[in-house]
Write a protein that binds this ligand. Structure first.
Ligand code: NAD
Length: 311
């Protein structure tokens, strides 16, 4: 018998190892394969009907497109006045998940939410997840450094509470009502770093997000006890992400950080602002079956901001 080439030796070794010792090749190990399948099933959100309010927002829009990439059927819901933008964004989403749709409506108007609910149920027959992304701030509810607190605009304060807290509750009352009959459904709310400790300036916004935290825990308990474990309520608390609302507060026109921006970065151990992709994994987990024993939590996605005293 002549001498074997290196290539022939490698082929023989591969064949011997893969037939006599399947553990050596993890893809052929049935146990590993089962774990992989179970993991894929646990984390799959393919085909889920996910309604996202405020779906044209910086974070909510990126997240909606991420869900579409994962094969979810995403309902983009935002205000009627930006219908053109909604239409365009859904066209893009359909390239990834053809059954995505949009609905116009306000999270503060029951009738428009009921209209959206009817459209969604007629098309899909169910809702699997509600992402309460609509929210924001208003100038009059901010206490500027040189202002007296006592000049606070009470009407604007109420409007911010209404938008962030009422605008989270009303979609739950109207859209998540179907969870009662379905016995399943997941709600994900948006909290903020301002909910648990004082963040200067944003008084009304902070108050409203503290309300969102409490609502999240309260409804997690209520639904688990009265409907069952299939209905879960959680929130994410994004740290500092630069968007249109806070860009001027955190960055200068030349891209350098303002005093406030520097203060935030100093208290953020990973040393940077968030980018929308940073919320994908946690949000995906929360709405998937992998989180089926997770309810009533508020998960910070903040690069360590809330864990750090700053010292
Ligand atoms: P965003 O401010 O970019 O957009 C908010 C969206 O809500 C807009 O598309 C707006 O049209 C929509 N909206 C406003 N009022 C509405 C109404 N009445 N009905 C329906 N839609 C309405 O928000 P985002 O960046 O996507 O953030 C999502 C959530 O996370 C918000 O609640 C926000 O407060 C919160 N949050 C954001 C950050 C951040 O840095 N971006 C940080 C912490 C928390």
């Amino acid at each position: 018998m002549g001498r074997l080439s290196v290539r022939q030796l490698l082929v023989i070794s591969y064949k011997l190892l893969s037939t006599t010792n399947p553990i050596f090749f993890t893809t052929q190990n049935p146990e590993t394969q089962n774990t992989k399948n179970t993991m894929n099933e646990l984390f799959s959100i393919k085909g889920k009907v996910i309604v996202v309010t405020g779906a044209m927002g910086v974070l909510a829009n990126s997240l909606s497109h991420y869900f579409a990439e994962q094969g979810a059927r995403v309902v983009f819901l935002d205000l009627p006045r930006i219908e053109d933008k909604l239409k365009a964004t859904v066209e893009k989403a359909r390239l990834k998940s053809p059954e995505c749709i949009y609905c116009t409506g306000s999270v503060l108007e029951r009738a428009s939410l009921e209209g959206a609910r009817d459209v969604i149920l007629q098309k899909f027959g169910r809702i699997d997840a509600l992402i309460n992304g609509a929210g924001g701030n208003m100038a009059g509810a901010i206490v500027q450094p040189t202002d007296s607190f006592f000049n606070l605009d009470y009407a604007q304060w109420r409007a911010v509470i209404d938008l962030n807290l009422g605008g989270t509750l009303l979609p739950i009352l109207v859209l998540a009502k179907v969870f009662e009959q379905q016995k399943h459904g997941v709600i994900m709310n948006f909290s903020s770093m301002s909910a648990q400790s004082a963040l200067t300036r944003v008084f009304g916004y902070s108050n409203s997000k503290a309300g969102v935290d409490n609502l999240t825990k309260w409804l997690a308990v209520e639904f688990a006890q009265k409907i069952g474990e299939g209905v879960r309520v959680n929130a994410i608390a994004p740290g500092f992400f630069i968007g249109e609302q806070n860009r001027a507060l955190l960055t200068n026109p030349d891209g350098s950080y303002t005093q406030r921006g520097q203060t935030v970065i100093k208290k953020t151990p990973v040393g940077r602002f968030g980018i929308p992709e940073d919320i994908f994994g946690t949000s995906h987990f929360l709405i998937s079956d992998a989180a089926k024993f997770v309810t009533g939590t508020i998960i910070p996605i903040d690069g360590g901001f809330s864990a750090f005293t700053g010292v």
